[in-house]
Write a protein that binds this ligand. Structure first.
Ligand code: FAD
Length: 286
C-alpha cells in the first residue's frame, strides 16, 4: 500500500520510526520492539538509513522486509542521496522494487566531513524528482517546524519545501520539536505557501537526558523552560525521567490531536516501552 492513500481514506495516521540495529546479533532483538509496535496497529513504520556504506543500506532493507512480510505492516524506507550517484540510487531502487517496497522517505542526508559527497544530488528535491521519473514509489519528504539548521531564513526554507512537494513529495514528516506552537505556525505557513500535502508531526519522548541534549544540539529544536525543568529535576532518576518524559510527550500529542493534524509520527528509539506507554495514553483518542 502506498501511504498517501491513508489520507484519502481516513483522517489521521499513527506511525513509528525505528533504526536498524548496528550489529547482526541485535537484529534478533528488534523482534521484541516490532512485536509491541505492531500490536498497536500502526499505519506504517519508517526505517532510518545510515550515512554511507553498503552494509547500512542492506540493514535498512532487511528490516523493512521484516516489517512488511513478518509483521504485515507497511514500511517506509529512508534514503539519503548526498553521498550517492545516480547508478547507486538506481541499484538501490531496483532492490526496493524487487522486494515490493513502495514507500520511500527521500532525504538529502547530513553533511559529514568523513563521507565524500557526490555530484548527482545536492538537495532532497533532486532525489525526489529523479525517483519519481524512474519508479512508482510514494515519496515522503522531511520538514522542519523550526527551520533546518542550514536554512537562511523562513521564506527560502518555505520555497525549498514547496520545490520538494512540486518534485513529488506526497507526505511530509517533521523533525522532532518540543513546543507545539512552532508546529502550528509551520502548518499555517505551509498552507499559505500552497503546500497542501499531509504533514505529520514527529514526536520524540524523552527517556534519556544526555541523548535529548545531543539531539537538540544537532537538530536545533527549542528547549522550552517547562521541558528543561523536567530534565534538570530528573536527569539522575531514570524512572522519574521516563514518567515525566512520557507525560510531556503525551500532552504534546493530545494538544496536536485536538487541533486536527494529519497523524502522529513517533520516534521510538527502538524502545518498546515508549511506544506502548504513548499508545496506551492515546488509544481512545486517535
Ligand atoms: P533538503 O530538503 O535538501 O534540505 C536541506 C537544506 O537545504 C535546507 O536548509 C533547505 O532549505 C536547503 N535546500 C533545499 N533545497 C534547496 C535548493 N534547491 N537550493 C538551495 N537550498 C536548498 N538522515 C539520515 O542520514 N538518515 C535518515 O534516515 C534520516 N531520517 C530523517 C527523517 C526525518 C523525518 C527527518 C526530519 C530527518 C532525517 N534525517 C535523516 C536527517 C536529514 O538527512 C537532515 O536533516 C539533512 O540535513 C537534510 O535533509 P533534507 O532531506 O531535509 O534536505
Amino acid at each position: 500500500m502506498v501511504i498517501s492513500e491513508l489520507y484519502h481514506k481516513k483522517k489521521r495516521s499513527l506511525s513509528f520510526e525505528i533504526f536498524p540495529p548496528k550489529k547482526d546479533s541485535e537484529l534478533k532483538n528488534i523482534d521484541e520492539t516490532l512485536t509491541v509496535l505492531c500490536e498497536l496497529k500502526p499505519d506504517f513504520i519508517s526505517v532510518t538509513f545510515g550515512a554511507g556504506g553498503g552494509s547500512n543500506r542492506n540493514r535498512t532493507i532487511e528490516l523493512a522486509k521484516k516489517i512488511k512480510y513478518e509483521y504485515q505492516v507497511e514500511p517506509v524506507v529512508h534514503l539519503t542521496c548526498l553521498s550517492y550517484n545516480k547508478s547507486e540510487i538506481d541499484e538501490f531502487s531496483k532492490i526496493l522494487v524487487q522486494e515490493g517496497i513502495q514507500n520511500v522517505l527521500a532525504l538529502r542526508g547530513d553533511r559529514n566531513p568523513d563521507i565524500q559527497e557526490k555530484e548527482d544530488f545536492h538537495h532532497a528535491s533532486d532525489l525526489i524528482a529523479y525517483l519519481k521519473q524512474k519508479e512508482a514509489f510514494c515519496i515522503a519528504g522531511a520538514c522542519y517546524p523550526e527551520n533546518h539548521p542550514e536554512s537562511e531564513n523562513r521564506v527560502t526554507e518555505m520555497r525549498h519545501l514547496r520545490t520538494k512537494v512540486e518534485a513529488g513529495a506526497e507526505v511530509l514528516i517533521s523533525q522532532l520539536f518540543f513546543d507545539n506552537t512552532y508546529f502550528f505556525r509551520f502548518i499555517e505557513d505551509c498552507r499559505i505557501a500552497g503546500i497542501e500535502v499531509p504533514i505529520l508531526p514527529g514526536i520524540m519522548p524523552v527517556i534519556n537526558a544526555a541523548q535529548i541534549k545531543r539531539m537538540v544540539t544537532i537538530c536545533g529544536a527549542s528547549f522550552p523552560i517547562r521541558f528543561q525543568k523536567i530534565i534538570q529535576r530528573f536527569e539522575n532518576n531514570k524512572e522519574a525521567l521516563f514518567d515525566a518524559g512520557m507525560s510531556y510527550a503525551l500532552s504534546q500529542i493530545i494538544d496536536l490531536l485536538v487541533n486536527d493534524i494529519d497523524g502522529i509520527h513517533l520516534y521510538t528509539m527502538n524502545n518498546p516501552a515508549v511506544a506502548r506507554k504513548i499508545c496506551e495514553g492515546i488509544r481512545n483518542i486517535i
